[in-house]
Design a protein around this ligand. Structure first.
Ligand code: MLT
Length: 395
């Protein structure tokens, strides 16, 4: 008799954003005419930039002609896109070669898939609150998780532990859900810790495009020593509106080896076995993001989301409300008012103001007592939500 993966028994019943959508659907069934203000899941609301749309159309036309048609794409990414992404890093002073770039169908897929590189007995250190997929992917693999709590006291930016060591270390900066961003010194302490212990950092850079403070690092590879201990996973979802289009990229430096095995070569072996590459059409659209026109257009969209974040933080700017994020990051992370926990506050906002947010408890124990707002919602709804929040908090 086949034995299923019993690690699934250790997962919560269902995934955070699935739970929320179930609750919202139930609410809408009872209140069918309500217009809900969606500041929950970090899904973009603005359409793809013109430069991307034009490239996508052209790529579709390529697929209609014998001499420009593409079948299977190279498993690790089209050379034109690997080169474009490497050039983007190089233009920011981070030296990356084309074959250190792996094109993927999105960061969330890759954050789970990348675990194939590590033995099941390796431990994973996860700073909490955390994006729940880090935890779930490691539970599914049966890995031991070391939960590193973060909180108000350390600005949700924990330092490496004094005693514990870990094999795989997740760092998300700008952080989902707290919006906190590690500075260079803080990241250096993690890089040194990883190199000291022979760990590998999985650096989730999905929100790097929101950094405006010139002193903050966009990439872990801006930190000395990171090429010997880190993998960076990034995505165009939040940078360029690709949540429904799907494209990400992973940087694995050639220098990164563990136990005599080179992780870049291992990932080539993995991808050539497990994927047939990302669609030609989508990769052409992705390359357009890195053109001058594409960069100008994505900045315009990101500025709309930044303005949303400002509108939300203005509504929370009251002595009795504690919050962080919303600057250099698309998420605003607030402490729930006394008398609520994070799920009861979710219910309260839904029923009293028609606002959907994300309860902090969904990001782990340390998230209890907090609540997350996403700035990716449409601007009119965000402005309306801010007005309603102001009213609620003045009661
Ligand atoms: C979030 O809301 O945390 C993210 O949008 C989820 C994701 O990127 O998968």
């Amino acid at each position: 008799m086949l034995k299923p993966n019993t690690n699934y028994d250790n997962l919560k019943n269902s995934y955070l954003f699935y739970n929320i959508s179930q609750k919202v659907n139930a609410y809408l069934k009872e209140h069918p005419n309500t217009h809900l203000l969606r500041l929950g899941i970090g899904d973009v609301s603005l359409p793809l930039p013109d430069a991307v749309i034009k490239a996508l159309h052209e790529a579709v036309d390529d697929q209609a002609k014998k001499n420009t048609f593409h079948g299977y794409m190279p498993e690790c990414g089209a050379p034109f896109l690997r080169k474009t992404i490497a050039a983007h890093y190089n233009s920011r002073g981070v030296k990356i070669s084309n074959d250190e770039v792996f094109v993927s169908s999105g960061a969330s897929d890759e954050l789970g898939d990348i675990l194939d590189l590590f033995d099941k007995s390796s431990t994973a250190l996860i700073m909490e609150p955390a994006y729940p997929a880090y935890v779930d992917a490691n539970i599914m693999a049966g890995r031991k998780i070391i939960h590193l709590p973060a909180g108000k006291e350390d600005g949700f930016l924990p330092s490496p532990p004094k005693t514990a060591k870990a094999d795989i270390i997740y760092i998300c900066s700008p952080n989902n859900p707290t919006g906190a961003v590690f500075n260079r010194e803080q990241l250096k302490s993690w890089v040194d810790f990883a190199n000291r212990h022979g760990s590998v950092i999985i650096f989730d850079a999905a929100y790097e495009a929101f950094i405006e403070d010139i002193l903050l690092p966009h990439s872990i590879f801006e930190i000395e020593g990171a090429k010997e201990c880190a993998i960076e996973i990034c995505s165009l979802s939040k940078t360029a509106g690709f949540t429904g289009t799907r494209l990400g990229y992973t940087i694995i430096p050639k220098e990164l080896s563990r136990g005599g095995m080179n992780l870049n070569s291992m990932w080539v072996r993995n991808r050539t076995t497990k994927t047939n590459g990302v669609s030609y059409i989508i990769q052409k659209g992705a390359a357009a993001v890195f053109t001058d026109a594409g960069q100008a257009q994505i900045k315009k969209n990101i500025n709309v989301y930044k303005k949303n974040a400002k509108i939300l933080t203005n509504a929370l700017d009251k002595p009795e409300i504690w919050y962080c994020g919303g600057k250099n990051a698309p998420y605003v992370w607030m402490k729930v008012p006394d008398g609520f926990d994070s799920w009861s506050f979710f219910d309260y906002l839904l029923s009293e103001a028609g606002i959907i947010g994300t309860p902090g408890a969904g990001f782990g124990k340390c998230g209890e007592g907090y609540f997350r707002f996403s700035s990716f919602g449409n601007p009119e709804d965000t402005a309306l939500a801010a007005e309603r929040l102001k009213k609620l908090f003045s009661r």
